[in-house]
Design a protein around this ligand. Structure first.
Ligand code: SF4
Length: 379
């Protein structure tokens, strides 16, 4: 069993401090929850991707729980051009939404009236003006007034930083019913081709043939088995590369009346330009959030909240009350065991404003920033 340390709050002597101690053996097996497995998958991807070649120089950004209105992926791996990724950092750590992208990616090198240089956005120009003002306030675009006209000039060209999007669904216990539910989601992914590859990550069983191979998953989806303790993975089935730059098919409705249901499925085509915009929007959100943002939707200000370092590196949430990794859904203000961290923790031994909860958030934010080359030197 790998050694696991904890970063948390020691209250045994009434004071608060960072401590490192062996993980207590909890009644609930680790990584049984999908949430814990998902965090381990993210960490594995950060270390091991891309799979095919150790010398591959693509830069990797990993995020979780992102996608479109209709489909959210568990883990997303962005394969990026390293130079482009570093140049992307000049635009700040926050995402650029579609309105901002329209402005910064079309802004000219010389001062120009904005309506003369930007393509018609397909929506009212007043939204473009709002985006110009926002870009100006974020210091990623130059603006000036000429009479009552707004002129713009780019600070830097928006880089072509995204190469590929890989989507991974995490199903540690892939039984037949989980596979059935997953199949239709994967069929949707394959038909629309928004990601370049889709994978299913499941827990290694040690069987001669992994049971996941017998489930009726689409052949285009890859299957990998992950051992979450050791963070080792085996590819059981390689995926097909999807046609991300060709028209996609969005499945709107499928017959669900059993074998006698002969009704037709409903679908619509998705234009490659729409797909390209969506891919970049997803990539921008992934760039902003990363996968360590789980803490943003949890309660690090609860006295039971801890971060535990597995393998001496990966910080994972741990609930001292439940004595295990809690899920994001459990760790909310509705949790019956929630107790705010005592005010004294914020004044004794915790020079960081806001107490240990804030310190946890800062630790994770620092790690996220370290995975974004160029961000330290950017504004
Ligand atoms: S809110 Fe609940 S789940 Fe989260 S740390 Fe506190 S006691 Fe644990």
């Amino acid at each position: 069993m790998s050694s696991i340390d904890a970063v948390g709050i020691d209250t045994t002597n009434g004071s608060s401090s960072v401590f490192r101690s062996p993980l207590r053996t909890a009644g609930v097996a680790r990584h049984t929850a999908e949430f814990g497995f998902e965090l381990r998958t993210c960490r594995w991807a950060e270390r091991a991707w891309p799979l095919e070649s150790a010398s591959d120089d693509r830069a990797i950004v990993v995020a979780r729980q992102l996608g479109t209105k209709r489909r959210r992926w568990d883990t997303i791996v962005l394969e990026c051009d390293p130079v482009g990724l570093r140049e992307r950092a000049r635009f700040g750590s926050d995402r650029l939404d579609s309105n901002l992208l329209h402005v910064v990616s079309n802004a000219p090198a010389e001062w120009t009236y904005y309506r003369d240089c930007l393509p018609h956005p397909g929506y009212p120009w007043r939204y473009v003006r709002e985006a110009i003002h926002e870009a100006d306030s974020r210091d990623i675009l130059e603006t000036r007034k000429s009479g009552n006209r707004i002129e713009i000039r780019r600070k830097w060209p928006y880089p072509d930083w995204l190469d590929r999007i890989v989507a991974i669904e995490n199903k540690p216990d892939l039984d037949a019913s989980a596979a059935r539910a997953l199949s239709s989601q994967l069929e949707y992914d394959v038909a629309i081709g928004l990601a370049d590859e889709v994978w299913v990550a499941t827990r290694e069983t040690g069987d001669a043939v992994e049971p996941a191979l017998f489930e009726g998953l689409p052949v285009e989806a890859g299957i990998l088995t992950l051992e979450p303790e050791t963070l080792t993975a085996e590819v059981e089935w390689y995926p097909r590369t999807l046609s991300a730059d060709e028209p996609g098919t969005r499945i709107l409705e499928r017959p669900d009346g059993g074998q006698r249901d002969g009704s037709a499925a409903r679908f619509e085509y998705v234009d490659p330009a729409v797909k390209a915009d969506k891919r970049l929007a997803i990539a921008e959100r992934a760039y902003e959030r990363g996968w360590r943002s789980f803490v943003d939707t949890m309660r690090p200000d609860c006295r039971h909240f801890q971060l535990r370092a597995q393998d001496g590196v990966q910080l994972q949430p741990h609930c001292a009350d439940k004595r295990r990794c809690q899920t994001a859904a459990e760790c909310s203000g509705n949790c019956p065991a929630f107790e705010p961290e005592p005010p004294v923790w914020r004044t004794r031994g915790w020079p960081i404003e806001g107490g240990p909860g804030k310190r946890c958030q800062q630790l994770l934010a620092d790690r996220r920033r370290r995975r974004r080359p160029g961000q330290d030197s950017s504004r």
